[in-house]
Design a protein around this ligand. Structure first.
Ligand code: ADP
Length: 253
């Protein structure tokens, strides 16, 4: 494990680190020599990511968290700081995808679950992490989505939740800009993760075909993780409040 010359090991907290983009982010930061807390609703998948990191000689800890639950989030942040003494980088990546149905088909329960995890979850985790990020002059990377900047690539609750993540990212970036905490969001297009695979097996290729064709080829989670690594690095020290499409040019159209 080598630490890049310009920065020493940081503590990185990744929610949704058990699979997909969060797993790839956890592995990428650990490969730089950072200490990574891999938090997920699924303790089992979080532990699997940690085992992979440790097998490669990295430092990581698995935690179970429900990001939509205030107490669970407080316990996660406390455990992170008690394990590694600081919190330098927060990757808010835990998320769920709604059914992509039309508005009349969305139940209140589904709406609340999607907003609860994707948006309230980001609020709760960022709020709990902020005192530590202010201390470390750290940064936040939120996984938004193309659905955070456009209306045609997710269901109503998913799209609303991700637009909310974009707004929250900008608000945090602006609010704490003079105190040295940065917040940025990445907006993945089509990425090869369980969320997309689930949609494809459940609903058939059709509903996502437009997304995937417009995005060209689907990206691999590692192509999102490398952007998060950049945004968290000193190379991005003046990048704050950026809402960055990482979609192979889809949004450019
Ligand atoms: P993507 O990588 O595109 O975000 P995945 O489904 O592979 O898609 O990953 C999302 C991760 O978020 C999963 O590991 C899932 O367990 C996690 N997750 C979903 N809901 C919650 C929650 N309430 N709290 C914490 N993690 C969650």
């Amino acid at each position: 494990m080598s630490v890049t010359p310009e920065q020493s090991a940081r503590t990185v907290l990744v929610t949704g680190g058990g699979s997909g983009i969060g797993r790839a982010m956890s592995i990428a930061f650990a490969a730089l020599g950072d200490r990574v807390v891999v938090a997920d609703l699924s303790e089992e998948t979080a532990a699997k990511t940690v085992a992979e990191i440790q097998a490669a000689g990295g430092t990581a800890t698995a935690l179970r968290v429900d990001v939509s639950d205030e107490e669970s989030v407080a316990a996660m942040v406390a455990a992170t700081v008690s394990a590694y003494g600081s919190l330098d980088v927060l990757c808010n990546n835990a998320g769920v995808l709604d059914s992509m149905g039309v508005l009349e088909d969305i139940s209140l329960a589904e709406w609340q679950r999607t907003i609860g995890v994707n948006l309230t979850g980001v609020f709760l985790v960022a709020r709990a992490a902020l005192p530590h990020l202010l201390e470390s002059k750290g940064s936040i990377i939120n996984t938004a989505s193309e659905a955070g900047i456009r209306g045609g690539c997710g269901g109503p609750s998913y799209t609303a939740s991700k637009h909310g993540v974009v707004g929250l990212t900008r608000s945090i970036a602006y609010m704490y800009r003079e105190q040295g905490v940065r917040a940025n969001a990445i907006c993945p297009g089509g990425v090869n993760t369980n969320i997309v695979q689930g949609e494809m097996s459940e609903q058939g290729f059709g509903r996502l075909a437009g997304v995937l064709m417009n995005a060209g080829a689907m990206a691999e989670p590692e192509q999102m993780a490398s952007v998060a690594v950049f945004l968290a690095s000193d190379a991005a020290s003046y990048v704050n409040g950026a809402i960055m499409p990482v979609d192979g040019g889809w949004f450019a159209g």
